[in-house]
Design a protein. Structure first.
Length: 139
């Protein structure tokens, strides 16, 4: 687990530099996937903040149930991100992620799958934050 976190940290640092240095259309598929990750990863702290705010409002009333549903959506988005990162780290090594090492045909297919998955994670994170903020009257 520590290796996965260390790799993803390095990937985040690397891809931030890559994104600044290259135009979007010049990014490799691996860089595009990591750019999506890097876009939503900073929002994970906000997920936690919102869970804390919503948790205080959960009760058996109708409003309390709405807060609970929003809290569960945030928690699922967080879990989705953690699972995606672990699965991605299991499929690709640091040279493939950081150095652009060529991928086998199998890994190219995996990268296609991972791109779809990380797009879904992004949607989940963004929509759960948006809903929670709206419910809390923050937007």
């Amino acid at each position: 687990m520590k290796n996965v976190i260390a790799i993803l940290f390095l990937v985040a640092v690397f891809c931030i530099g890559c994104k600044d240095a290259k135009k979007e259309e010049e990014l490799t598929q691996m860089e595009q996937v990591m750019a999506i990750h890097d876009e939503v990863m900073p929002k994970m702290g906000r997920l936690g903040e919102l869970v804390g705010q919503l948790k205080e409002k959960v009760d058996t009333t109708e409003a309390g149930k709405q807060y609970q549903a929003a809290m569960l959506d945030l928690q699922k988005a967080n879990e989705d991100m953690m699972q995606w990162m672990m699965g991605f780290g299991d499929r690709f090594d640091s040279e493939e992620i950081l150095e652009g090492k060529p991928l086998s045909d199998e890994k190219k297919a995996w990268l296609d799958e991972e791109e779809v998955k990380v797009q879904e994670v992004k949607k989940s994170i963004n929509s759960s934050i948006e809903k929670a903020e709206a419910l809390l009257g923050e937007k």
